[in-house]
Design a protein around this ligand. Structure first.
Ligand code: GLV
Length: 323
């Protein structure tokens, strides 16, 4: 039987780059889930040895039960993995990997873009052009923004993306770089970044970057208490997950001048409802969760996920295991 020792892999997204198929095809039979519905994916995963996940659909007990006990490997084509029931995966001895590192540059770049766009009033300026309210006399006080140069930067989560953000901002001659997280990091020392508690970071930062994963510790960490301590001139940038922010509290802070502006690549829900207040606010810059969305980065993520899956199916350690 020529199919002996071949594995069954389910790719849970029809848009996964071809390179993943080229890699997996050598040792696997691939089934691609063509519809983004939980019901159809629950059927497609039946009998899979491995899952190639590129989906927000939750991988929980129900889905793992549907797949069956032969399922031993999952690779997610993302760095975040909040859609997975980690305890359930561990209990079943499933090897699990994500795609860190390969998306650091693309995501850090969009973080810097959002910081500058928000602090320099991109949305408001664009509206003035469109609506014909671009004033035709020279007003030295029109459309003034906040400086990145000389500012105090606060990074919540100095992981690989947080570090890539810090490295870039040094090129803008920022002042101090502060960070917070569960522990002080050697990389922080190398970057000349100072480990502080969250309270100090909120109070002192001119720009606050959210670069921490979504988990029980970070869920809704930016709440009304958080925004009661920010500088009124501060800019918030979120490239992590929308659920780190109490969005109603953020909107209130933006409307009442508790916060100068926000640049958000992530929000709740995604996609955002078209009548959401965030879209109406002049001091918000939005991008539709496209931090890693470049050709090269998505190809690299697909390649790494496929290689991780093959390694684990062959009994070796993944290149980038979560566990
Ligand atoms: O949000 C995207 C990712 O986690 O890679």
């Amino acid at each position: 039987d020529k199919n002996m020792n071949r594995f069954k892999v389910v790719v849970a997204n029809p848009s996964v780059p071809k390179i993943a198929y080229d890699i997996l095809q050598k040792h696997c039979d691939i089934k691609t889930s063509t519809v983004f519905s939980r019901a159809s994916i629950l059927q497609d995963v039946v009998g899979a040895d491995a899952l190639f996940w590129a989906s927000k659909i939750r991988v929980d007990k129900e889905l793992l039960d549907a797949a069956g006990p032969q399922l031993k490997v999952i690779g997610t084509m993302s760095v975040g993995y909040d859609q997975f029931d980690i305890d359930e995966l561990k209990a079943r001895g499933i090897k699990f990997g994500n795609t860190p590192a390969v998306l650091n540059n693309a995501v850090a770049n969009i973080a810097v873009m959002l910081a500058i766009a928000a602090s320099r009033r991109f949305t408001e300026g664009r509206k003035h052009i469109e609506e014909g309210t671009w004033i035709n006399y020279f007003n030295t006080q029109w459309m003034l923004g906040q400086d990145l140069t000389g500012s105090t930067i606060g990074i919540i989560g100095l992981g690989q993306i947080g570090q890539a953000i810090a490295k870039r901002l040094k090129g803008f001659d920022v002042g101090n770089i502060l960070y917070t997280g569960h522990k002080e990091k050697p990389e922080g020392i190398e970057l000349g970044a100072k480990f502080v508690n969250l309270d100090n970071l909120i109070r002192e930062s001119d720009f606050i970057f959210l670069a921490a994963p979504l988990n029980n510790q970070t869920y809704q960490m930016c709440n009304s208490d958080f925004f009661s301590k920010t500088k009124k001139t501060a800019v918030l940038v979120n490239i992590s997950r929308g659920q780190l922010v109490d969005q109603e509290a953020l909107i209130t802070a933006l409307k009442t001048g508790r916060l100068f502006a926000a640049g958000l690549d992530v929000m709740t829900p995604e996609p955002l409802n078209t009548d959401n207040e965030l879209i109406k606010l002049n001091n918000v810059v939005l991008t539709p969760h496209v931090g890693s969305a470049t050709n090269d980065t998505r190809n690299a993520m697909a390649e790494l996920t496929a290689k991780n899956i093959l390694r684990a199916l062959g009994g070796a350690e993944m290149f980038t295991p979560v566990f």
